[in-house]
Design a binder for this molecule. Sequence first.
Ligand code: APR
Length: 235
Amino acid sequence: MKQAKDYKRIVVLTGAGVSAESGLKTFRDNNGLWENHRVEDVATPEAYARNPELVQKFYNARRSQLLTAAQPNKAHTALGEFEQHFSGEFLLVTQNVDNLHELGGSKNLIHMHGELLKARCPVSEKVSDCTKDLTDQSLCECCTPPNLLRPHIVWFGEMPLAMDTIEQALCECDLFVSIGTSGNVYPAAGFVELAASYGATTVELNLDASANSRAFDTSLQGPASELVPLFFACS
Ligand code: APR
């Protein structure tokens, strides 16, 4: 089987599975985040309008765990090292809101579902760093009077970020690799079809069969910390 280094233009999509071995919960596995919280309570604009404290509490807990307990694993570092050695074009698109790809050395990276370590003014849309809990005292510095900062997270019903750039790269790539995502959430779940329709080879690396495994040319099953270093070996 060819490896990533045998291609020229690569787009990689990652999901919660790539951070599972760093101790961060996935969404839909046993004991996942959506087993213990209702999406409608913590991850929609309506939930935030209804009960901002509850939504803030959900993301504050995840932010705190990320900052205190999570380190990049071998999958994150293999992707970072590969990108640094690769002479072709490489874009990493993550659905994850953690910063473990950055810590693993990835540079050309899009967080299509936002970032836990950023907050946003809902009026000016200005994004700022956020390493502390958001509370009802967390106000923006860009507006008069100031507005309550919201998590810089794409909630259900909101448009993922940088879609034009992502779709352009999917149309131009010769390899698309999906890692650690269950293939349940669109538009990311549709990336494989778009890339394939423009001629890319498509590969899935996931712990078990995802909802759209059959759309891939190759689907390999196992932990990301084992599969990713093998497929993204630099030499
Ligand atoms: N290695 C590889 N894959 C793994 C590992 C691992 N160690 N552990 C779990 N997985 C796989 C699971 O088998 C599952 O298919 O990762 C996938 C995680 O799926 P989800 O929990 O659905 O997470 P994800 O696909 O990233 O969710 C997409 O849904 O709720 C939204 O916005 C949230 O970005 C998220 C989006």
